[in-house]
Design a protein around this ligand. Sequence first.
Ligand code: SAM
Ligand code: SF4
Length: 477
Amino acid sequence: MSMIYHPQKYKIADKAMHPFIDDGEIDEILQEAQEPSKAQVRAVIQKSLDKNRLSLHETAILVNANEPELIQEIKSAAKVLKERVYGKRIVLFAPLYIGNLCINNCTYCGFKADNKAQKRITLTEDDLREEVKSLEDAGHKRLILVYGEHPRYNAKFIAESVKTVYSVKSNKGEIRRVNINAAPLDVEGFKIVKAAGIGTYQIFQETYHHETYLKVHKSGVKRDYDWRITGLDRAMEAGIDDLGIGALLGLYDWRFEVLGLLRHVNHFEAVYNVGPHTISFPRIQAASGIQVNKKWAVSDADFTRLVAILRLAVPYTGLILTAREPAQIRDEVLQYGVSQIDGGTHIELKGYSQTEQGQDMDKEQFEIKDDRSLNEVMEELVNTGFIPSFCTACYRLNRTGEHFMEFSVPGFIKRFCQPNAMLTLAEYLEDYAPPSTKEKGYRLIEKELHNYEDPNFKEKLMERLDKIKTGERDLYF
Ligand code: SAM
Ligand code: SF4
């Protein structure tokens, strides 16, 4: 396997140059863990339930546990662990596609350069304002902006679009956190984007398997595995310490990808003392102009299982699941470990302001399977006892990266995250929810309030909830 780095070209610190994805090592670890005993699997599950990170070897034991009884134990443990670590919150966001110009030829993507059927659109500033207004009017507070890879979408362009998004205010609505999913930049570029006030920068490696990577990235900058895998190291060097990694499932063996993701997490922890904030694991969906080899397609059974395994392997890393998946799969894996989902999603360009158009595969990257409105998703969450959260407090108070307190400060979730989820839910109920959702939402808040034993804290929280009812906004702990 060749791992050629170009320090001058990539300008990244030497410490990040270590070839941290070694396909041979991952294969070997998977091989060694073949046919684990029940006792081995149960020992790993117990380690995770004690809130310990799992090693590559331990995770390989879980991915090789094929007996239905053990798979069920993995899922049940993930459910317990998720509630212990995250409580009942689910963070909500919406993706906003800015432009589908692309110079790459990723075989799986409707935006690939060779797809002549794709109508190429880049939102103008006015288009962008319209889209953001529609998102705010639905109740959104957190967005992820998505771009094809193209010289036009350089760092300055990305930074300008971020600033535009933050500047749009519609009635009581505002966007309080903008995340980015775009091509890797150089260090200078990441600095420009950071200065615009972004939250997380996401780059998915797609597949960690080198040979497959070359097969599916036919041409363009993205064909360079090393440039892509070191992208988030450059982001770190530029001071962006809130990062998202991901693998596109269906390109290669999911077992290998799970270990690849974990190896990537280990890299960040070893080099920067902080892991990525989130992991994404989209399954390939139908898209205009693509034909995907079904050999590595991930079944629903394997998909739900791998989410549970990821939860156990990295108890403190957020897991993101998008509307690519149908509602019933989303509802199931919310139980096992997913902590962030999108709602009311439209991925066709201008899809939020021109909703009558429906899905048009030639104006979007792929097909989505969950087309519920934000309110429908909120209702479903509330009905099942989850607290939908639009909280952006940590990022706005600089509680990120090494200072990310969510998991390092005992009781932080109960004293900060959970109350902030209730406060942002109350804002939504006041400003956007129809009466039936409002009633159910406040019933849930009442129920949660009973769990607070400290009378002083409970009083403070109730005071803030009352202030929201009388029109104050953006209150958080
Ligand atoms: N163009 C940038 C890039 O490739 O990194 C930005 C992100 S791309 C627009 C967003 C992500 O969508 C990709 O990283 C890939 O994982 C995912 N994706 C592409 N084609 C897909 C498909 N057919 N089904 C599901 N996800 C897909
Ligand atoms: Fe372009 Fe990204 Fe699609 Fe690849 S995945 S074709 S880089 S938009």
